[in-house]
Ligand binder design. Structure first.
Ligand code: MCA
Ligand code: AMP
Length: 493
């Protein structure tokens, strides 16, 4: 059996999930997942990945677990993804089935050109299920998830995570942050990335905790839930803490007091997925009384470094290696750095590391050295072992709102628009978003036309927010665009 599901079965009648539709026990979740698996099996006996576009909530989980119980790979797709992103995922995964929520999916697209069956969760309920599900054939050696992540080349890559790695990631965080069935957490993060899906949802369900799921981040919902005094945990990205601080400033004294009283009853608040500015950590500490626990992770490796639950949480650092994870820092010549405060690339090894990039044997091979995964993040550690993330090796990776975004993917999309002869996409430092995406364009096209066309081809969080139109782009002698100069000259950042 699959460890997360097996472990959750201990909690039968206890509440597992609360969403806008109601409250569901662990038994409800298991029963619904088994029924979903039986329906999926009757639709297709194939073993290709299954795409699902379902908002955060009970239905999302029952479909995810249903896919797992068929022994197939679950590929979550954001409900707001436009047609071209979905086209790419269908082609790249070779999926023959897409399960979606027709009430929530924003761009109900025509999949005629693809050899894929799309079925809504309502339709799935009326499918005549197979009777015999052979659950004992599904185990820790099956692949579990494929999460698409942007890289320094080409389109996003599918990161394949098996149940074994997923289990190790969950056990690592359970141990480090002391998860238990007494916990109750609110998720407001998207469910197509590790932070919302693994750190919050999987850890909660593995441990018999209560998982409250809200479809998207809304500051007053977070305040309302925290004010109730029922939550024990909260995990989010720095942009969300920044927005919560702004929200706090708009409140009357009564609302502030209630929120602060509720937060006193919580045991832990975590920040990650992007650098947490020390100013945000300090301001949030003043408001909430909590020192945010900052940790570091990546889609390919799960979580790797974390400040401690007990002991010093050092602002501006991401702490030390988590359980089941080994780390080392390497210089450009391939030598291990043992001197504190010396910058080098972070390498990570352990049970938590992904299995492979989907259909990309060469990229998978190139991303490892021996068994160490090369993160592309530049770090240093202090004499007492606390790590600091200094930045990425590649300036073509942008982190905006904690989404990892490839500048090259946006440039390639824009270069296909008529009228654009050259363009460069960069990240500009920003207090709230970490980085803001900006584009410099050479050509005869308006900003509104670019924005309109981008809506059809890239997820909303990949859209540039600032544009400048110029006659030429600065290039070096080799013809390479000088991105640092663009940031300085055109945006004064
Ligand atoms: C939205 N807006 C932006 C951006 N996104 N402006 C600048 N930069 C952006 N990136 C603008 C919109 O245009 C809109 O403007 C307004 O903000 C509200 O848009 P909306 O989409 O509603 O924003 P939101 O819901 O408030 O989104 C903010 C968010 C979201 C909740 C922080 O970005 C988010 O969920 N980020 C989390 C991503 C995540 O889970 N990353 C983890 C990856 P207007 O009002 O003018 O129209 S996993 C990972 O990184 C590893 C494994 C790890 O370590 O965890
Ligand atoms: P993703 O591939 O979307 O999972 O993003 C992973 C990347 O997010 C890492 O390689 C880091 O560059 C960045 N990241 C995650 N957590 C932190 C953090 N606490 N501080 C700085 N960067 C972070």
């Amino acid at each position: 059996m699959i460890p997360i599901i097996q472990n959750s079965l201990k909690y039968t009648d206890k509440t597992a999930v609360i969403d806008q539709g109601g409250s569901y026990s662990y038994s409800d979740l298991y029963r619904s997942a088994v029924n979903t698996a039986k329906a999926i099996k009757s639709l297709s006996e194939n073993d290709s990945p299954v795409l699902y576009m379902i908002p955060s909530g009970f239905d999302y989980l029952k479909v995810q677990w249903g896919i797992w119980l068929c022994g197939r790979i679950a590929v979550p797709v954001h409900i707001a993804h436009p047609k071209q992103e979905i086209d790419y995922l269908i082609e790249d995964t070779g999926a023959d089935l897409l399960i979606y929520d027709e009430q929530a999916v924003e761009h109900l697209v025509d999949f005629e050109q693809h050899n894929i069956r799309k079925i809504s969760i309502n339709e799935l309920e009326s499918v005549r299920p197979i009777m015999d599900l052979k659950l004992d054939e599904i185990n820790i050696h099956n692949d579990a998830l494929m999460i698409y992540t942007s890289g320094t080349t080409g389109r996003p890559k599918g990161v394949v995570i098996g149940h074994q790695q997923l289990d190790a990631q969950i056990r690592s965080l359970t141990k480090a942050w002391n998860w238990s069935s007494d916990d109750r957490i609110l998720n407001v993060l998207p469910m197509h990335h590790i932070h919302g899906m693994v750190n919050i949802s999987c850890c909660a369900l593995y441990n018999g905790a209560v998982l409250e799921m809200h479809r998207k981040f809304e500051p007053d919902i977070v305040r309302f839930k925290m004010s109730s005094g029922e939550l024990t945990l909260f995990m989010a990205v720095p942009t969300i803490y920044h927005k919560l601080i702004e929200h706090f400033e708009t409140l009357g004294q009564n609302e502030k007091d209630n929120w602060q009283q509720g937060m006193k009853k919580m045991r832990l608040m975590v920040s990650g997925s992007a650098a947490l500015p020390v100013s945000v950590l300090e301001k949030w500490n003043e408001i909430s009384g909590h020192i945010l626990l900052e940790r570091y992770g990546m889609t390919e490796i799960g979580m790797a470094l974390s400040n401690p639950l007990e002991g010093e949480r050092r602002p501006g650092t991401v702490g030390q290696a988590l359980p089941f994870v080994s780390v080392k820092v390497m210089d450009e010549l391939g030598n291990q750095i043992n001197e504190p405060n010396t910058a080098g690339e972070l390498f990570v090894k352990g049970e938590t590391i992904f299995k492979r990039y989907w259909n990309k044997t060469e990229e998978t091979r190139m991303s490892f050295e021996d068994e160490w995964f090369k993160t592309g993040d530049v770090v240093e550690f202090s004499a007492d072992g606390y790590f600091k993330i200094l930045g990425r090796k590649s300036s073509d990776i942008i982190k905006s709102g904690a989404y990892k975004i490839s500048a090259l993917e946006i440039e390639n999309a824009m270069l296909a628009f008529p009228g654009i002869s050259e363009c460069a996409v960069v990240g500009l430092p920003d207090d709230q978003w970490g980085e803001i995406i900006a584009a410099v364009v050479v050509g005869d096209i308006s900003e509104s036309e670019i924005r309109k066309r981008l809506k059809d081809c890239l997820a909303h969080y990949k859209h540039p927010r600032r544009y400048i139109f110029v006659d030429t782009l600065p290039r070096n002698a080799m013809g390479k665009i000088k991105k640092a100069e663009i940031v300085n000259t055109f945006f004064g950042a």
